[in-house]
Design a protein around this ligand. Structure first.
Ligand code: FDA
Length: 391
């Protein structure tokens, strides 16, 4: 079998790249070891795929080589993907500013990609494992479970390491190493935190309580909802900050973002001196959390009896609640992989390996990781198109 292009990975980036190259007249084969294409698309966004973010730009991405993503993101913008989705009649909603989700189901996005691949003449082969990839003359040769395949170029689009049960593997990273490329340190990101000892018990007792917080770690701050879980802390604020958190770091959580807790407590003491601290807390926080805080700190009473020192102690608990996570839930539940194939050995225009244009890497396998909110798919689409146009 001979193809102009073999794409390894029938996920978001691989399918996007394949259809782009197919429309350009290339004979394209997409191979995947999974029994279904686009499994992560299907499970994304709680089953409704947050397929892009209208405000997506380079500032929404982490990488050791931050300028790498600029070119592709500039050339294929969120509006371009929305235009394709519109053409296929997919209904969507803007759940949070800029974040577009399918109104019905993630299946719609996979349907769009598979239909476009079909129209572009792309062949998709599932349940095929790749044993070896090597150079062969001017092109590349793949040894697979279905025999040898020759290709003018191989595009590695096998994604990151999260959720191994969905087909994730380190194959792309291993392939990069085989061809002499670097792979930056990888870790689970956009992932809930676990807590230990008494903090775990406290979170467990509050499981299901959610509130908007501003969380800070390593100079990054995210203001989004936080959710207490049976294992620890989750919700968008925690997923976002997990991308910068390192083991041993404390999180600083402002439970009353936008409010100076000391000023607010002092003015409540002036205006309503007979009000109890617990009543004030319950007016500003979810009731279960307010109650728990009073129990944890064994401090309640009428505001009039609170000294400035007591108010300052409460203000620091509310504005700067310090929590040291035990860890994260890891690859089992992480949405993405931080780190990956070092982009310094690739062209940011074509995604080819410097000195070996027959080999390319796109999507999440690269050391380009988006924030929560549709940015990771936007990167998959943009890198897939940039590469596909050059094949
Ligand atoms: P992707 O993982 O999509 O595809 C890789 C493909 O390669 C898979 O089909 C896999 O089977 C295949 N493969 C792996 N190893 C192979 C091997 N050895 N041989 C052959 N094939 C192999 N992002 C976002 O923007 N909005 C969202 O709503 C969400 N939601 C979300 C929820 C959950 C639960 C997860 C886990 C992730 C998200 N994401 C997200 C992240 C998003 O899913 C992710 O960034 C993209 O799918 C990455 O696209 P890729 O094509 O690079 O990899």
């Amino acid at each position: 079998m001979t193809y102009d292009v073999v794409v390894i990975g029938a996920g978001a980036a691989g399918l996007m790249c394949a259809m782009t190259a197919g429309y350009a007249g290339r004979r394209v084969l997409v191979v995947d070891h999974a029994n279904k294409a686009g499994k992560k698309i299907l499970m994304s966004g709680g089953g409704r795929c947050n397929f892009t973010n209208l405000a997506s730009g380079p500032a929404n991405f982490y990488s050791d080589n931050p300028a790498f993503c600029i070119s592709a993101l500039k050339r294929y913008r969120p509006e371009h993907f929305v235009e394709m989705v519109d053409r296929h009649g997919v209904e969507y909603v803007e759940k949070a500013p800029g974040q577009l989700f399918c109104a019905e189901s993630s299946k719609e996005i996979l349907r769009v990609l598979m239909t476009e691949c079909d129209w572009a003449g792309v062949t998709v082969r599932l349940k095929m494992s790749i044993e070896r990839v090597e150079r062969a003359g001017e092109g590349m040769r793949l040894a697979t479970s279905a025999g040898c395949i020759d290709a003018g170029a191989v595009v590695v689009a096998c994604g990151g390491l999260s959720i191994p049960t969905m087909g994730a593997s380190g194959f792309g990273h291993d392939l990069a190493r085989q061809f002499g490329l670097g792979v930056t340190d990888t870790r689970a990101a956009l992932v809930p935190f676990t807590l230990s000892s008494h903090w775990k018990a406290r979170a467990e007792a509050l499981a299901g309580v959610s509130l908007e917080v501003a969380v800070t770690c390593r100079g990054r701050c995210y203001r989004e909802p936080m959710l207490f879980t049976h294992r620890g802390l989750s919700g968008p604020a925690m997923l976002q900050i997990s991308s910068v958190w390192q083991p041993g770091d404390f999180l600083s959580i402002d439970l009353l973002p936008g409010l100076d807790a000391f000023e607010a407590l002092a003015s409540a003491r002036r205006e309503t001196p007979r009000r109890r601290l617990s009543t004030w807390l319950a007016e500003h926080l979810p009731k279960r959390l307010a109650q728990a805080l009073v129990e944890w700190h064994g401090d309640d009473g009428v505001l009039a009896e609170c000294s400035n020192e007591r108010l300052a102690a409460w203000a620091s608990r509310l504005d700067d609640w310090r929590v040291k996570p035990a860890g994260t839930e890891g690859w089992r539940t992480a949405e993405v992989t931080m780190g990956g194939v070092d982009t310094r050995a690739l062209s940011s225009k074509t995604f080819e390996v410097t000195g070996l244009p027959q080999l390319r890497f796109i999507g999440e396998v690269l050391d380009v990781t988006g924030e929560l909110g549709g940015h990771n798919f936007q990167w998959a689409w943009a890198s897939g198109v940039a590469c596909g146009l050059d094949l």
